[in-house]
Design a protein around this ligand. Structure first.
Ligand code: GRF
Length: 192
């Protein structure tokens, strides 16, 4: 069986690249994963260059060209459907989604904190400067809330004494690259 995923990103696209390298065109328990396309909402995103190198079709949908979130989401939903998609994978896609998206698309997201701690756009920094002493990485289903859906997989990352923010950030990204590909397979109900 073939399972298609579409990846959405806004910036660097390092998770996007990691997922393509680890899953695209590969078979897991009799299921071939195809990254059928990618969507980006920012013209200056480095991920667009990565997409070209990886030869993954990518569509730029600039949110600034839409007057409402719903109109933007409708175009995103239509594009995902045109690519063909069993699961949409948000990888640093920095948009709040409306029910136009969440009611129509089965999607998962990665968040750089140990949810429910430190939701929002500064998960790494907020964890680093908080009193809890740890951060983490969480992969969760997308619902109407922000960083709110049921957890698929998560890992705690301790903040060692004297560790710089940059070092902590690198540790978080390394864990992201480790757990997102396997969480995608889990969400697709593929045994590994
Ligand atoms: C990651 O830390 C991800 O958890 C967060 O945004 C960042 C995206 O990084 N949602 P990249 O674009 O994949 O390099």
């Amino acid at each position: 069986m073939t399972k298609k995923i579409v990846i959405l990103f806004s910036g660097e696209g390092s998770n996007f690249e990691n997922i393509v390298n680890k899953l695209h065109n590969k078979e897991f328990d009799g299921n071939k994963i195809i990254v059928s396309g990618a969507i980006c909402n920012k013209s200056e995103a480095n991920g667009l260059i990565r997409a070209k190198k990886l030869k993954i079709p990518v569509v730029l949908i600039d949110h600034k060209k839409f007057s409402t979130r719903e109109e933007f989401d409708k175009t995103v939903v239509d594009t995902i459907t045109t690519f063909g998609c069993d699961l949409a994978v948000l990888a640093g896609f920095m948009r709040i989604l409306t029910p136009v998206f969440t009611k129509n698309i089965k999607a998962i997201n990665i968040h750089p904190s140990f949810l429910p701690y430190c939701k929002g756009s500064n998960g790494i920094k907020d964890s680093y400067y908080s009193d809890i002493g740890f951060g983490g990485v969480s992969v969760h289903w997308v619902n109407d809330g922000v960083d709110d859906g049921a957890i698929i997989d998560q890992k705690k990352v301790l903040i060692d004494k004297g560790e710089t923010l940059e070092y902590f950030e690198a540790k978080i990204h390394a864990i992201e690259y480790e757990i997102y590909p396997s969480a995608i397979l889990k969400a697709l109900k593929i045994d590994i």
